[in-house]
Design a protein around this ligand. Structure first.
Ligand SMILES: [Zn+2]
Ligand SMILES: [Zn+2]
Ligand SMILES: [Zn+2]
Length: 334
């Protein structure tokens, strides 16, 4: 249903509030003055400098086509326990727990501020175990992979017949035919990369926690896509908040506002967010909002042409399917 507004309507400020859902109906969120300002800026920025700038766009008709945007944010905590190893340097470790091991969600972790993402890792107490390093067999050193443990390798000159026939001394090996391995400095062994030379590893369990917010949104157009604004543009503007619900677990909205798509989207998205959680991921908080995004269809006359565009969002952005730039170019070459 179109909401026609006369040219004398006054502006209603688009304040963000948790107001009465009945307030939003029949309110022209974008006034003619605001449209004129937005249109003037749009026209001036679209036309090239050689065109006369004095000419004003003349508004012929305004049609309010507000949209509703439902947004759901779910703040989640994901936990898992991983086995970690590090070189054992002789530190004291607590004896393993004799009682049943701690359950994943019984471990006390300080939660950050709601909807603030982050992560944390903490070793579990009494989970340490010392083992011999398998890579080096506890020796702390491994055979050099480049020279195979000999500390040297064959110099390239031993295959170079021409050099040998000239009886020249090879500068790389001084004629010995063998070169010292640079990787292990001729020792044939390297410090073990796993245990860093310690020969033993400390294995322990580490709790890894991640806090993340899932976001979903849906747009409801009670005017059946008349405005046809690309979704990506709508994501960059704000609307008038007409409902906000912030709880541990929110419930699907019923009949608020009177756009059936909003209630359906709320039910569907809440279910989707719940489905992504499970034994390893818990919901800590949810927030759902409904915004009314003002959209006005503007028919105007400029430079003798009848044009139309949409002015949308509290930021009063202008969208036109037909680029004014193209129109300007075609005009200026005539
Ligand atoms: Zn080597
Ligand atoms: Zn050589
Ligand atoms: Zn090792």
């Amino acid at each position: 249903m179109e909401q026609e507004t006369s040219m004398t309507d006054h502006c209603t400020p688009c304040n963000t509030s948790n107001g009465d859902p009945q307030d939003y109906r029949n309110v022209p969120l974008i006034t003619e003055d605001a449209v004129r300002d937005a249109l003037r800026k749009y026209v001036l920025s679209s036309y090239c400098c050689c065109r006369p700038r004095s000419e004003e766009p003349v508004i012929e008709r305004l049609t309010q086509l507000p949209l509703y945007r439902y947004r759901l944010a779910t703040f989640t905590e994901k936990r898992h326990i991983e086995k970690i190893s590090k070189p054992y340097t002789g530190q004291r470790i607590e004896a393993p727990e004799r009682e049943p091991a701690l359950q994943l969600w019984d471990i006390n972790v300080c939660t950050p501020k709601m909807f603030h993402e982050g992560s944390k890792k903490c070793p579990l107490p009494q989970s340490g175990e010392i083992k011999t390093c398998l890579k080096c067999g506890g020796r702390g050193r491994c055979k050099c992979s480049r020279c195979g443990g000999s500390g040297q390798f064959r110099c390239g000159c031993s295959n170079n017949r021409r050099q040998r026939s000239r009886n020249k001394r090879c500068p790389s090996c001084s004629g010995s035919g063998r070169r010292r391995c640079g990787k292990c400095s001729g020792r044939g062994k390297k410090v073990c990369t796993s245990c860093k030379g310690e020969g033993r590893l400390l294995y322990y369990q580490q709790l890894s926690v991640k806090w993340k917010t899932l976001y979903s949104e849906a747009i409801a157009d009670p005017h059946d896509q008349e405005s046809s604004l690309p979704v990506i543009l709508l994501q960059k503007v704000t609307g008038k908040m007409i409902m906000m619900d912030d709880e541990v677990l929110v419930h699907p909205l019923a009949g608020c506002p009177d756009v059936a798509e909003i209630s359906a989207a709320s039910e569907r998205l809440i279910q989707e967010h719940q489905n992504t959680c499970g034994p390893l991921c818990h919901i800590l908080r949810q927030r759902q909002t409904v915004e009314m995004i003002p959209v006005v269809q503007v028919q105007y006359e400029y430079n003798g042409k009848n044009l139309s565009c949409l002015v949308y969002g509290q930021e009063l952005r202008v969208y036109s399917k037909r680029s004014l730039h193209r129109f300007t170019l075609s005009c200026s070459v005539m």
